[in-house]
Design a protein around this ligand. Structure first.
Ligand code: GMT
Length: 377
């Protein structure tokens, strides 16, 4: 099959999922064309059947904001037409699904057919998408797509709740390529971070408000009052400055390291003992799955799709959003004994295996095939 993948190129989960999916599809012999405004962060390999098409923006003094959706639509028309794509798989509805729908109509007027598959990832539904400014556009794009998937049951239900959607949505959960995460231990790094054998607590995110890095720091404060621990904060984003300020005010600068954006996330996770994810909302929580792949248990909020990923009392613990004390208590319970930690570590890896790439990828292939088969001749 000849598949176009449209995604955000950043370190965010939807871009990671889209890129790993494309790489997996290419490994199974499909031709995969990535279309984005910059090369996706995880597109770090060369394969003869992977292609990257950059969306070039046209800047004109009249535009205060250059219309990305039009530039993307034009690029999609071009790539589908000349690379003879069968399927356009767009990740994150805004504005990718709209651009794909428009490209599909333009191509149809030229007698060219392409199937549009939209995958809903999270805030395209739960936050930004349902804003009254975008809601009618997102509802329309969802209804117009030939197939729609959501990454969790929660996100599917939330889509029906907040959008005028009258079509089927299939849940295909996120996945993980375990090969990337196996045997990455960097013991010298662990020694440098925790020279006295302190437990290492980690948080990875894009530091948006919804991730509640402030809660991460408060939880860590409570943990390190009860046992020796260090905190690694990985990523960057709008809340970083405030988080640094919070560490200074709490006098925790020696215990907390800001590592910024990191490519080799598996090397950091492999020296970690616990992952914190106190998010306000999380449609799936791919970062938790990545932690599991490195045998790291997770203490998270029970928001959104997190209970579908983090199993309470098995792979970690869930607490109500904002219940800092419960998250401290759960963290200390996991970290306080080597035996408890080993129990959670084992379960974490088992859970990661449930979401192995090889289990999930065929679901997308089958969906593409069904969608193409149901297209009018
Ligand atoms: O929707 C977002 O906030 C952005 C998106 C991303 O690109 O990082 O994250 C969402 O998609 C991920 C991949 O499917 C999920 O693992 C995240 O839970 C989800 N984020 C939220 O729901 C906040």
């Amino acid at each position: 099959m000849n598949i176009g993948i449209v995604c955000y190129p950043t370190y965010g989960g939807s871009g990671v999922v889209a890129t790993e999916l494309g790489k997996g599809l290419a490994a199974r012999g499909h031709k995969v064309h990535f279309i984005s405004y910059t090369q996706p962060a995880r597109l770090d390999i060369f394969m003869e059947n992977i292609f990257y098409h950059e969306v070039a923006m046209v800047h004109y003094p009249l535009f205060e904001h250059s219309p990305y959706v039009l530039a993307l639509t034009g690029k999609l028309v071009d790539v589908v037409k000349y690379e003879k794509l069968d399927v356009l798989h767009v990740h994150y509805a805004i504005p990718h699904a709209t651009a794909a729908n428009l490209a599909q109509q333009i191509l149809a007027s030229q007698g060219i057919r392409v199937a549009v598959v939209t995958t809903l990832h999270g805030t395209d539904v739960t936050l930004v998408g349902k804003d009254p400014t975008y809601e009618p556009v997102v509802s329309f794009a969802i209804n117009q797509s030939d197939a729609v998937t959501a990454v969790s049951e929660f996100l599917k239900a939330d889509t029906y709740k907040h959008f005028h959607v009258n079509r089927e949505i299939e849940v295909i959960p996120n996945f993980i390529d375990l090969n990337r995460f196996f045997h990455k231990s960097k013991s010298h790094f662990k020694m440098a971070i925790a020279p006295n054998g302190e437990r290492i607590v980690t948080h990875v995110s894009n530091f948006r408000k919804v991730k509640r890095v402030d809660h991460v720091i408060e939880i860590f404060k409570g943990i390190q009052e009860r046992l020796p621990a260090k905190l690694l904060l990985v990523g960057d984003g709008p809340e970083r400055q405030k988080a640094e300020q919070q560490c200074r005010e709490l006098g925790l600068c020696d215990e907390i390291r800001f590592l910024g954006k990191q490519e080799a996330i598996e090397e950091i996770l492999s020296i970690s003992d616990l992952f914190l994810m106190p998010s306000e909302t999380e449609s799936f929580g791919l970062a938790a799955l990545e932690a599991f792949a490195c045998q790291v248990p997770v203490v998270s909020s029970n928001a959104g799709g997190l209970p579908e990923v983090n199993l309470h009392g098995e792979t970690g613990y869930l607490a109500n959003f904002g219940d800092i004390q419960a998250m401290i208590d759960y963290s200390v319970e996991i970290l306080g004994s080597d035996d408890r930690l080993a129990f959670f570590r084992k379960n974490a890896l088992q859970q990661a295996k449930q979401f192995e790439l090889h289990n999930i990828l065929p679901l997308y292939e089958a969906l593409y095939e069904r969608t193409l088969a149901s297209q009018p001749a």
